[in-house]
Design a protein around this ligand. Sequence first.
Ligand code: AMP
Ligand code: GLY
Length: 421
Amino acid sequence: MKILVVGSGGREHTIVWKLKQSPLADKIYCAPGNAGISELAECVPIGAMEFDKLISFAKENAIDYTVIGMDDPLAGGIVDAFEKEGLKVFGPRQNAAILESSKAFSKDLMKKYNIPTASYEVFDDYEAAKEYLQKQSMPIVLKADGLALGKGVLICKTLEEAEQALKEMMKEHKFGSAGNKIVIEEFLEGPEVSILSFCDGKTIIPMVSAQDHKRAFDNDKGLNTGGMGTFSPSKFYTEEMAKKCMETIFQPTVDAMIKENRKFVGIIYFGLMYTKNGMKVIEYNARFGDPETQVILPRLKTDLLEIMLACTNGTLDEINIEWYDNAAVCVILASGGYPVSYEKGYTITGLEEIAKKENTIVFHSGTAKKDGKFITSGGRVLGITGIGNTIEEAIQTAYEGVKIVDFDKKHFRTDIGKKEY
Ligand code: AMP
Ligand code: GLY
């Protein structure tokens, strides 16, 4: 088969790396891809939002199957656009991708179908939201309704902070139109776990658990980022919790989407929090997580392409998905200053040496090639995944890799995988 993967980050590098192992995959293209991906697939310079160009490319090159990695094109209806042209594609249609692209939708869905989540109200009127805030206890959480590059969630400790945040979102349009509608929700506490799952519309199969480290610095200090590192499995997510989540969260979500005439085919990512009142959904994403994918897919034994095709064909109940009984840790190497401002264009060294190391995989996020050399081209540059029998072994392997790869202003956390819970 000829495959096209749409996206350009570490997640897409990992998806391409795993698809490449499939005996069914003869040739893989990636649009637009990055320098690391270009070692495995043919990168084509078409942006993820250029649907017409992507469709023309798929037709001209007889692409058999397109895999969408990113959230924006899914929310924009790329799957509908491909299907309309008779092209086979992996991912949810626009009316199902709304599970991620509208927090108001997902909160209302959870309320309607009794899926456990923080209590909340939705507002599109500033004055009404302000009045509501004044009656709430603090801390409180404000969320922009739409996609906001993972930055549209503000946790406010005082009423003053909350009023300021509300003003920025609804009056000053800090998150653009994503903040025209907002969700104000109860602040919850507890350890968080990411459970990604394959879904064919009716059957849902969860993947192995993962946890991420979102803050820029050690001990969860500094700003929220797209993710500074991940590990799998999670330390506190037990078989028993998994069973309970299947009954109260996973299957009910899929069934609710059917009832709403929004059949979900693709990846549902459940962001969960284990509160004193049990597991609750913090957020849904309609795609693989980044950098969760970098620790999950290396643990997958079964052919990813076969699983994706089963999702698209509605036959997920017919396949058995197997995982390695091991652990993985991914440490992100970022450009100093990320997530605020950072410099790009520095030469990356050590990539040839690390490629010889066992149980270590390098996934590129923001790299480019200049004069045959890899250079930094983004905030998150590389993810170094270490595999081991235990998390401790995986941590050691990942950090040995971290020492080998270098570039100016390299920044990483030294405590990935070391969360107590
Ligand atoms: P989200 O973009 O929805 O994943 O939110 C980003 C992060 O904000 C989550 O991973 C949580 O750590 C935090 N968060 C979101 N909602 C809540 C909440 N209701 N209570 C406490 N923390 C939250
Ligand atoms: N790592 C969080 C996300 O992909 O949304």
